[in-house]
Design a protein around this ligand. Structure first.
Ligand code: UDP
Ligand code: MG
Length: 335
């Protein structure tokens, strides 16, 4: 029988001293429970990432780590934001499957058991999706809804009502490393990886202590990152606006020239002054749009995203049986 996979739980923390002891207690309890059922190995561990907190978050993490060999800590040199803290955790954690969850445990960690079950069944990315948004304020609910609609309309693939609560296989995380972009919107990148993925529903509760570390300012910044790193639609829009103005000018020109030469009641100077303004304006906006097209291409090149991710191969390296065809099955065990 295959040995049980090692699970890593990554928890980004920014000024979370109020919640940490309880969070650690609950997550450790959950891990112990899963280890007891034999689903995950006894090496499974929790990784706290301190995102440059100014309170006692780091001393607490150090204390946990000294008390328990199943707790590790990573301290970022300064606050780099939730997405970067998450990435630091994902890339440092050891394990066959990595779950990321917020420190405030608003996302029911009870769902981790089900995520692990799916993983054991061969699913490589399991998205936690909240059933309702009852516990969010009406403001957060509306802005979130608007945001998902907008981003959907702009063509970025994202899972609705999924925040960064998910399980990823080691292989998925290794492939994620190839996305080197600095403007990070993980919720958009993870679906790009492909691989077999499924959704697990859970109920989102209120933060049990402390206050939100996501003020409106950070939410807007995240939304802007999401849009500008996944969509060239705003740039393309400029081209269309330019074209529309240009075509409109053409139509008005026909009318204005007719009025000037055939109707006899044109205001002197109107045609020769107004038409060129619109004409040039249209051409200028259109040209900016054209520049935008190239800028968009450059942007995509600079990001250097991998152009494909191989899920599996068959028939390669027949001559070299050392690279076993079993590679596929080894995702659950440590290489
Ligand atoms: N967080 C972080 N860096 C930041 C802001 C937030 O690591 O700059 C962490 C925070 O500690 C928490 C998670 O991101 O674990 C989500 O933040 P929060 O719960 O405050 O957001 P909300 O649930 O209100 O959207
Ligand atoms: Mg929260």
């Amino acid at each position: 029988m295959k040995s049980a996979p090692t699970l890593a739980i990554v928890i980004p923390c920014y000024n979370e001293e109020e919640v940490l002891p309880e969070t650690r207690r609950r997550v450790s309890g959950l891990l112990d429970g899963l280890v007891a059922t034999g689903k995950i190995s006894g090496d499974s561990a929790i990784y706290f990432v301190d995102d440059g907190s100014r309170d006692r978050t780091w001393p607490l993490i150090e204390q946990f780590a000294s008390e328990d060999r199943h707790v590790s800590g990573i301290k970022l040199s300064r606050n780099r934001g939730h997405q970067n803290a998450l990435l630091a955790g994902l890339f440092s954690a050891e394990g066959d499957a990595i779950v990321s969850v917020d420190a405030d445990l608003q996302d029911d960690i009870g769902a981790i058991g089900e995520m692990v079950d799916r993983f054991l069944a061969g699913v490589e990315i399991v998205y936690g999706v909240r059933r309702t948004r009852d516990t969010d304020s009406p403001f957060k609910r509306t802005t979130a809804e608007l945001f998902y609609r907008l981003i959907g309309a702009l063509g970025a693939d994202s899972i609705r009502n999924h925040a960064d609560y998910r399980l990823m296989s080691r292989r998925a995380v290794e492939n994620l490393k190839q996305y080197r972009e600095v403007n990070l919107y993980l919720r958009g990148i993870v679906p790009l990886l492909g691989f077999r993925s499924e959704i697990v529903h859970y109920d989102r509760s209120l933060r049990f202590a402390g206050e939100s570390k996501y003020p409106l300012r950070k939410m807007i910044a995240l939304a802007l990152d999401a849009i500008t790193s996944f969509s060239l639609v705003p740039l393309r829009l400029i081209t269309f606006i330019g074209l529309a103005v240009f075509v409109g000018t053409m139509l008005v020109s026909v009318w204005a020239l007719w009025a000037r030469f055939f109707s006899g009641n044109a205001i002197p100077g109107w045609t020769s002054v107004v038409l060129p303004i619109y004409f040039l304006g249209g051409i200028q906006i259109f040209c900016i749009g054209m520049l935008g097209e190239y800028l968009g291409k450059t942007y995509a090149e600079v990001k250097g995203r991998p152009r494909f991710v191989v899920e599996r191969t068959v028939g390669f390296a027949r001559a070299a049986p050392a690279m076993t065809a079993d590679d596929d099955a080894t995702i659950h065990t440590r290489a």
